[in-house]
Design a protein around this ligand. Structure first.
Ligand code: FE
Length: 374
């Protein structure tokens, strides 16, 4: 049921239409393009939802009211919402799902011939990379301005956060009490020697967390912390957060870092899962939060409808569902969280603008490498 999405052949594209509509829309919005290398992402399983569709070459832009979305979210978590959008607006959405890295590589390879109007992916680090590679176009929307706090959006409008995830500390309550825990940096203390489990530094989630630490603590102190983490590892780094959490449950380690929704997914199935959540840095900078989000592609031939999809996903109606389908937090203030999330208690979030994670990503990767974090 899952296929790797092939790169669209370049022969059946709409160069004139795409160029024209982009040119017109760019005049309205001021298209910014830049360039850079790509980034890996390792979150969602690669599932491809059907073949991409092509608008007829002769049709003027927007006449068919179809938006093609490239998404790194699981199809089952995002499709019901897109269906709801179609129901309300009559605008169809063709969904193509794959991991973030391949989707961005594909967008880059397709260039102005891409069928994609929308990129939906996780982590501000990835969204920033997509914008930096010139794959997204800036939009301005009073709806997004009202619904999404500025710290969760690109200041230039290339992408918008649509749900929130916290990356925080998890622990084995049979061996650790909450009052022994405090900050990310404290996990570098020798008292945790042989007790810490971590996911690989190749995860964009860890790159973003370390980027936030560089912003708060400076490079030198952050490097010391990473060296301390590495010295405290109970075992080799994990390829994903779920296995790291299971290692805590299995007694292999006592503390670790994970995104909140991976824990939520396990606990939803296994309410007695013997691991607890601890909100990091509550007395200092607040717990690290990141976004999943979306942006209109640079060469979309239907940017107006693509923006409507993003606006819809930021609305009251969609926010609760969009976030809870993935065990995430709504990005819009005042939306009710699910009972599961409420049971974890309120926490203070780090106030840092998430676009910083992208800007400091290269530095974070270099620093982790230097500190011996695999
Ligand atoms: Fe993830």
């Amino acid at each position: 049921m899952s296929l790797n999405a092939p790169v669209a052949p370049l022969s059946f594209v709409r160069p004139v239409k795409a160029t024209l509509s982009v040119a017109i829309f760019s005049l309205m919005l001021g298209l910014v393009g830049c360039n850079k290398a790509e980034t890996p992402e390792q979150n969602a399983d690669a599932t491809t939802a059907g073949a991409e569709t092509e608008a007829a070459d002769t049709a003027p832009a927007n006449s068919e009211h179809v938006v093609t979305a490239y998404s790194s979210h699981h199809e089952q978590s995002v499709k019901p919402l897109l269906d709801k959008f179609t129901e309300e607006t009559g605008i169809k959405v063709e969904l193509v799902t794959d991991k973030s890295g391949p989707l961005m590589a594909r967008l880059k390879a397709e260039g102005k011939n891409t069928p994609a109007d929308l990129l939906m992916t996780v982590d501000a680090g990835n969204l920033w990379q997509a914008a930096d590679q010139g794959l997204l176009q800036p939009v301005s929307s009073s709806i997004l301005d009202a619904n999404v706090p500025a710290k969760y959006r690109d200041p230039e409008g290339h992408w918008t956060g649509l749900s929130l995830r916290a990356r925080t500390i998890f622990y084995d309550p049979s061996k650790v009490s909450a009052d022994q825990l405090s900050t990310y940096a404290d996990l570098a203390d020798p008292k945790w020697k042989g007790k810490l489990c971590l996911r690989t530094s190749k995860s964009v989630y860890n790159q973003s967390l370390v980027a936030s630490m560089i912003e708060h603590l400076g490079e030198e102190k952050t490097e010391q912390v990473i060296r301390g983490w590495v010295a405290n590892l109970a075992t080799d780094v994990f390829s994903d957060d779920t296995n790291m959490l299971k290692a805590i449950a299995a007694g292999q380690c006592e503390v670790g870092l994970s995104n909140s929704y991976y824990y939520g997914r396990i606990v939803a199935k296994e309410p007695n899962f013997p691991v607890k959540i601890f909100w990091a840095n509550q007395d200092t900078t607040g717990t690290h939060v990141n976004v999943s989000g979306a942006g209109v592609t640079a060469y979309s031939d239907n940017p107006e409808d693509a923006l409507k999809v993003i606006e819809f996903l930021s609305s009251d109606k969609a926010q609760g569902l969009y976030a809870s389908a993935n065990k995430e937090y709504p990005v819009k203030q005042g939306i009710d969280e699910s009972d599961l999330l409420k049971s974890w208690g309120k926490f203070r979030q780090d106030d840092i603008g998430v676009q910083k994670f992208g800007a400091l990503q290269t530095k974070a990767i270099q620093l982790m490498d230097k500190a011996g974090y695999k």
